[in-house]
Design a binder for this molecule. Structure first.
Ligand code: AMP
Length: 215
């Protein structure tokens, strides 16, 4: 049996065509069922639904053989013990710094001021500001980062941006793009040895079904 860990939402939806290319289709309605383990049309493959941030942990410790995780999640997790053979180029977005429209970020950076930054992505943010030589106080949040600058909790946030509409709705402006983000296939190293053939076949099928590179 091969177990694949996915998270609900964009990653689940955008993984379906790749799974299909590998001859794997979910055999039950994941919306109506509350089940966390889904059978597939391949008797030797099942899908487990876990929180996005738990995917690397499941795969690292063998709770799943393979998984699909965002680069954002992998960078915070550290990716230890995970083989990362493929950028699946799905769930694409970017990680950026955003501030309130009335906060002069460029001036604060230039003056060497200490900037209070709220984020779920403490590790990426720490590295980014250290590289730039910007002094920051990092505030770890678990959700709704956009609220932090609006309430005075922080001067800036580091968050994922896709269309930009969440920032715009909260009158925040993107002032720095830190990196492009997409989802990666992650594989348990021991599983890759023990179940080499079927796992290699899945990786190859995913690879041949990848969406085209942007122009
Ligand atoms: P948008 O309004 O389209 O810019 O989307 C931004 C919101 O969606 C933020 O709250 C992000 O945390 C979330 N988001 C956007 N893209 C992704 C992604 N690929 N994975 C996880 N969350 C995302």
């Amino acid at each position: 049996m091969i177990t694949l860990a996915l998270s609900k939402g964009r990653i689940f939806d955008e993984s379906l065509p790749l799974l299909k290319a590998a001859g794997i289709e979910i055999a039950e309605d994941s919306e109506s069922s509350r089940r966390l383990i889904l059978a597939t049309t391949r008797p030797d493959v099942r899908v487990v639904l876990v929180r996005a941030t738990d995917v690397p942990t499941y795969v690292q410790h063998g709770g799943a053989d393979l998984g699909v995780a965002g680069l954002d999640v992998l960078l915070e997790h550290g990716g230890q013990g995970l083989y990362q053979p493929l950028d699946l180029r799905i769930a694409q977005c970017r990680m950026s710094v955003a501030v309130r429209a009335d906060f002069d970020y460029a001036a604060a950076v230039k003056q060497g001021s200490r900037i209070r930054v709220a984020t779920k992505y403490v590790s990426v943010a720490r590295d980014h500001f250290a590289d730039k030589g910007v002094h920051v106080d990092l505030i770890k949040l678990y959700g709704s980062m956009e609220l932090a600058p609006l309430t005075g909790l922080a001067d800036a946030i580091v968050d994922l941006v896709s269309t930009g509409s969440t920032l715009a709705a909260n009158r925040l402006v993107e002032v720095e793009r830190i990196m492009d983000i997409s989802s990666r296939l992650v594989v348990n190293q021991a599983a890759l040895k023990l179940k080499q053939q079927p796992i290699r076949r899945i990786i190859e099928a995913f690879e041949s079904a990848l969406p085209g590179l942007p122009a």
